[in-house]
Design a protein around this ligand. Structure first.
Ligand SMILES: CC(C)(COP(=O)(O)OP(=O)(O)OC[C@H]1O[C@@H](n2cnc3c(N)ncnc32)[C@H](O)[C@@H]1OP(=O)(O)O)[C@@H](O)C(=O)NCCC(=O)NCCS
Length: 180
């Protein structure tokens, strides 16, 4: 199992990934809601300096032929000291192989290095699997927001604190995550 996850590499997404990312958002995150994160929206996110878009895909050496289909993707917005995990999905056949964890860990390292104090997200409250996933990665559930999605579906907000909020001391160095 772990070997298959190792065959997947995490990289910055490119303009050519926008359509595939948008379709994964439509099918695996927004299903039953309107398609908010369409290709144009993703293309804008890819151009924004404050946004990181990651793609998980098979290493080129494993692929005969064209660009391999994406195994997963993640999008994070960076504010002054708060980061927002906007979207995250892994293709169903690739789940439970550690790909989601690797995407989030990559973003957490970036958030720490960028001096973020906390990472925030919201997800559909009935998405029990993703809530368990985020809890396994150190996020806490903070508040249930009724009718958050299209005025009808509840969201759960989740948070992971990285450091105390406020200005960084001059001698501050980001802590190393995940190595105990
Ligand atoms: C949530 C999601 C991204 C997780 O991706 P993944 O690659 O399967 O997750 P990982 O394999 O890295 O899982 C890491 C840990 O999270 C927990 N976890 C993940 N999926 C879980 C599930 N379905 N049930 C319970 N725990 C789960 C486990 O502790 C897992 O570790 P383990 O496999 O060693 O037990 C994936 O299920 C997904 O794409 N879901 C649909 C889209 C979505 O809900 N996105 C989040 C809201 S935007």
């Amino acid at each position: 199992m772990r070997k298959e996850a190792d065959a997947v590499t995490i990289r910055l997404a490119e303009a050519g990934d926008a359509q595939a990312i948008a379709e994964m958002s439509r099918d695996y995150i927004e299903s039953g809601l309107g398609w908010r994160y369409g290709p144009a929206h993703i293309a804008r996110a890819l151009r924004r300096r404050e946004t990181v878009v990651l793609a998980a895909s098979a290493r080129p050496t494993y692929v005969a032929g064209n660009r391999p289909p994406l195994a997963g993707f993640a999008i994070m917005d960076f504010g002054d000291e708060r980061a927002h995990l906007v979207l995250l999905a892994v293709r169903p056949v690739q789940r439970r192989r550690g790909i989601g964890r690797r995407l989030v860990e990559w973003l957490m390292e970036s958030a720490l290095t960028a001096g973020m104090a906390s990472v925030h997200l919201e997800l559909r409250a009935d998405n029990a699997a993703a809530r368990r996933f985020y809890r396994a990665l150190g996020f806490s559930e903070t508040v249930l927001v009724p009718r958050y999605y299209e005025g009808r579906e509840a969201a759960m907000r989740m948070l992971r604190v990285l450091r105390a909020p406020g200005p960084l001391p001059l001698a501050w160095r980001p802590p190393v995550l995940g190595r105990k």
